[in-house]
Design a protein around this ligand. Structure first.
Ligand code: NCD
Length: 339
């Protein structure tokens, strides 16, 4: 059996029963998807992250909330920001962290994903942070782990990336406050983006004034309107008067051949330039989950310019991941670092 194992054949999961990630008291037990999370819970995560964000700016960046707990980073797919910020978040909560390198693990010697899981479980661990190229992988693992182990989805195929969406909501809230008055545009490869899917759910749960997607038809999922977005194919029309613009990478590793003529042409039609950004509101913020491809979806002058909050997103990722881990395993809430 290859690294992907059983989960590679699983279809994109439909809406989860909320009991899959919430316990009987409505508290987070796993975090697999944004879909179906109550607004109050998302707000509580963002509030809890506020206190961790303040702590991350102090000289001593550590609290004992998860002392004695073991967090396992199980990454079957490449990652820089997400893996390192999950690791830092766990360490700043005083957990022990294990990074399992899948390319050198026993799964490449033919051990199945479930056998690998069972072996790591036998080491008395408390949380799995999972990234996998197959949509549904985190759900699969959550269904099969021992009942005391929590699972955090760090990105599954093109399905969901809930902590990325939460850190993006945190960034937007810090800059803009009230979501109900905002126009937010997500631009580029929506079709292959787990980030976009999770962002759209989060923005709608938070009652965002208007959520737009801007992309060619070939990079939009079928019936994307049913997710609660307005669709634009012309970037100039789509960017008009938006308060937030979120750029996405062309995710070639998930693309079938022939979807796009060329990166150069994509930039001509959909690249974010200073001139196009001028169509948005004067204090519009520019976001990108990274990795950003300069000259493909975003001009360097915009990526490094005064509207860009791309590096803030990275910093806030630590606080938001601390909040989620602290709420699931350490009883943190609202007061976060003081809990
Ligand atoms: C994203 C991902 O891996 O889904 N990046 C991230 O987690 N920061 C987006 C991408 O790969 O384009």
């Amino acid at each position: 059996m290859n690294t992907t194992g059983i989960v590679s054949r699983m279809p994109l999961p439909g809406p989860l029963p909320s009991s899959m990630q919430l316990n009987e008291q409505g508290r987070l037990r796993h975090l697999l998807t944004i879909e179906g999370l109550p607004r109050a819970l998302i707000t509580e995560i963002l509030d809890t992250a506020e206190s961790f964000a303040a702590m991350n700016e102090q000289a001593v960046k550590k609290v004992p909330l998860l002392r004695g707990k073991t967090v396992v980073n199980l990454f079957f797919e490449a990652s820089t920001r997400t893996r390192t910020t999950f690791e830092l978040a766990a360490k700043r909560l005083s957990a022990d962290v294990l990074n399992i390198n899948i390319s050198t693990s026993a799964t490449v010697k033919g051990e199945s994903l479930l056998d690998t899981l069972r072996n790591i479980e036998a080491m008395y661990v408390d949380m799995f942070v999972v990234r996998h190229e197959a949509s549904g992988a985190a759900h699969f693992i959550a269904r099969h782990v021992a009942p005391h182990i929590a699972v955090l989805n760090a990105g599954d195929g093109r399905h969901a990336h809930p902590t990325q969406a939460l850190l993006d909501m945190f960034t937007i809230r810090r800059h803009k406050g009230d979501f109900t008055k905002l126009r937010v545009a997500i631009v580029g490869d929506i079709l292959h983006s787990r980030v976009a899917r999770s962002q759209i759910h989060a923005l709608n749960i938070l009652n965002t004034g208007e959520v737009r997607v801007i992309a060619p038809k070939s990079l939009l999922p079928a019936c994307v309107e049913t997710l609660g977005v307005h669709v634009f194919h012309d970037i100039r029309e789509g960017l008009k008067d938006v308060d937030v613009v979120i750029m996405l990478r062309l995710q070639r590793e998930r693309m079938e051949a022939g979807l796009l003529p060329s990166e150069h042409e994509f930039f001509q039609l959909y690249g974010l330039t200073e001139e196009r950004l001028a169509l948005a509101t004067p204090d519009c913020i520019v976001m990108h989950p990274g990795p950003a491809n300069r000259g493909v979806e975003i001009d360097s002058r915009v990526a490094d310019g005064p509207h860009s909050v791309i590096l803030e997103q990275v910093s806030y990722g630590i606080a938001v991941r601390m909040a989620v881990m602290g709420m699931i395993m350490g009883g943190a809430s609202g007061g976060g670092a003081n809990a």
